[in-house]
Design a protein. Structure first.
Length: 133
C-alpha cells in the first residue's frame, strides 16, 4: 500500500471503526485519474463524511504528545501512527510527484503537508478552509 493510502486508511478507520475499509486505494490526484479514464465512473470518495480535523485532534489528544498536525507533515504522520522518518517522507513526496530538491527537507515538508491536506480534501475529507488547499 502507498504511504498516502496508509494515511487515508488510518483516518478512515479512526473515523468509522466499524465500517469496511475503502474499496480502492485512493488517488492523490482525482483529476489525473479521471483524465486517464474519462469514461470511468468515479469511485466514491473514501473519506466522504470524515471530519479530518476532528479525527486528527482526537488522535493528537490520545497520543499524549504536543503535535501540530495543522502545519507539520511530521506531526501529522506521528499522530496517525505512520512512520515519519525522512526516508518515508521522501517516498511520500515521490508518490505525490514532488519535483523539488528532496535534500531540502524543510521545503519538501511544507509542500508535503499542503499536498496531503489537499489530497485528503480531494478524497472527500472535510477540512477547515485554510487547510483544504
Amino acid at each position: 500500500m502507498s504511504i498516502f493510502g496508509d494515511i487515508v486508511n488510518k483516518l478512515f478507520h479512526k473515523a468509522k471503526p466499524d465500517a469496511a475499509p475503502p474499496a480502492a486505494e485512493p488517488t492523490p490526484d482525482p483529476a489525473a485519474a479521471q483524465a486517464a479514464a474519462p469514461d470511468a465512473v468515479p469511485a466514491p470518495a473514501p473519506l466522504a463524511d470524515v471530519d479530518v480535523a476532528s479525527v486528527m485532534d482526537q488522535l493528537v489528544a490520545e497520543s499524549g504528545q504536543t503535535l501540530n498536525w495543522r502545519t507539520s507533515i511530521v506531526d501529522t504522520m506521528k499522530a496517525l501512527g505512520v512512520d515519519s522518518s525522512l526516508e518515508h517522507r521522501k517516498q511520500l513526496a515521490q508518490e505525490l510527484k514532488y519535483t523539488g530538491d528532496m535534500n531540502d527537507s524543510a521545503s519538501m515538508n511544507v509542500w508535503l503537508h499542503g499536498q496531503v491536506m489537499a489530497a485528503l480534501a480531494a478524497n472527500g475529507g472535510k477540512l477547515p478552509a485554510d487547510l483544504a488547499g
